[in-house]
Design a protein around this ligand. Structure first.
Ligand SMILES: [Zn+2]
Length: 164
């Protein structure tokens, strides 16, 4: 099956089809998941990319909202909340951890949110820049686009965070 492409059921990235592992509840194509792995590997190996790393994890999670299980619902809600805070009012890592711990205690109250129909940017747009000097800039654009794609639920997430 060389030369065939596959659309990721999460983010919609169209990539050359490949065999491989995927995440347990963040439903994706194997090709998409592998590129996310490559991106994480670059971030782990370049110290300056650690702040970018948190954005990458949140962004990938909200683009792969998964199977509707309780765990998937909570994952999407928490990652949307963290993405909102990172993009809107960034906090030092320690303070951010405390905020996330507090939010985590209320994750059972999160509702299933209808996912956006499509995402303006996917990992396919970021992959060519992984490990280059434009890595952080591309991830930031990917993160901002993804947050905007979820705009229908911004009010819900903001209220949920404020209630904590
Ligand atoms: Zn994907």
């Amino acid at each position: 099956m060389t030369g065939s492409t596959e659309t990721c059921p999460g983010c919609g990235a169209v990539l050359d089809a490949e065999e491989g592992p995927t995440h347990r509840y963040m439903t994706s194509s194997a090709a998409c998941w592998r590129r996310f792995g490559d991106l994480l590997a670059a971030e782990y190996s370049i110290e300056a990319l650690m702040p970018t790393h948190r954005l990458s994890v949140d962004t990938y999670a909200v683009q792969h909202p998964g199977n509707g299980s309780r765990q998937a619902i909570q994952s999407v809600g928490l990652h949307l909340a963290r993405l909102m805070i990172h993009l809107g009012s960034p906090k030092p890592p320690k303070e951010m951890n405390n905020v996330m711990l507090r939010l985590g205690t209320r994750k059972a109250t999160l509702h299933l949110l209808e996912r956006p129909e499509r995402f303006a940017m996917t990992i396919a747009d970021v992959a060519p820049f992984v490990g280059t000097e434009r890595h952080a800039e591309m991830v930031l654009a990917w993160a901002q686009c993804s947050w905007d794609d979820w705009s229908e639920h911004h009010g819900y997430i903001r209220d949920w965070v404020d209630a904590a």
